[in-house]
Design a protein. Structure first.
Length: 188
């Protein structure tokens, strides 16, 4: 039997961001629980063309993304809060899941999905989490009970996989642990 997979989606264009670093901490927690992980960070999402539902073919990057989601037992989505909602690159990646509409398991159906929002201030973290929950529900996924909201004005991430606030690391680990726990309950 193959190792179950958690796919991480998140980050920003232009290099490692607090969002991408937060996602990596959550994925590392899933790995410690015995799951394989695959991360689609900002650079990966930047290579995805704008989603066109009429396109008759998909790029290699689009195909790799959709294949990873099809193979996933769980997903973690991390988005920066841009103007009160999720970023365009994260939304574009999620729109590409329309490619799975005809699958036996379409979209994120019956899959646990962990959520992380980062923003420079508290206001956008809440609205970004709410937007992510709504999108995950529309994609038939199961948002985990706990979501991590991180104020990047207060919490700084380092290159070694840590953060200036240990409670933030604990919250991100909880996101990774919950998707793994719930994937086990759903047979993922």
């Amino acid at each position: 039997m193959s190792t179950p997979l958690v796919v991480g989606i998140g980050g920003t264009i232009g290099g490692p961001s607090s969002t991408e670093r937060a996602l990596r901490i959550a994925l590392d927690a899933a790995e410690r629980e015995g799951f394989a992980t695959r991360m689609f960070g900002g650079a990966d999402m930047a290579r995805l063309p704008l989603y066109d539902p009429r396109a008759t073919s998909r790029t290699a990057d689009e195909q790799a993304f959709v294949t990873a989601i099809r193979e996933a037992s769980a997903v973690i989505i991390a988005s920066p809060g841009y103007h009160g909602s999720i970023s365009g690159v994260v939304k574009n990646a999620l729109d590409l899941l329309e490619e799975t509409a005809g699958d036996a398991r379409p979209y994120l159906a019956d899959m646990p999905v962990g959520l992380i929002a980062t923003a420079y201030g508290w206001q956008a973290t809440g609205s970004t989490i709410a937007a992510l929950r709504s999108i995950v529900h529309a994609l038939r996924g199961w948002p985990t009970p706990f979501a991590a909201a991180i104020n990047s004005q207060e919490t700084k991430f380092d290159n070694e996989g840590g953060a200036s606030d240990p409670s933030v690391v604990e919250q991100l680990c909880r996101v990774g642990q919950q998707v793994v726990r719930f994937a086990g309950l759903t047979g993922g």
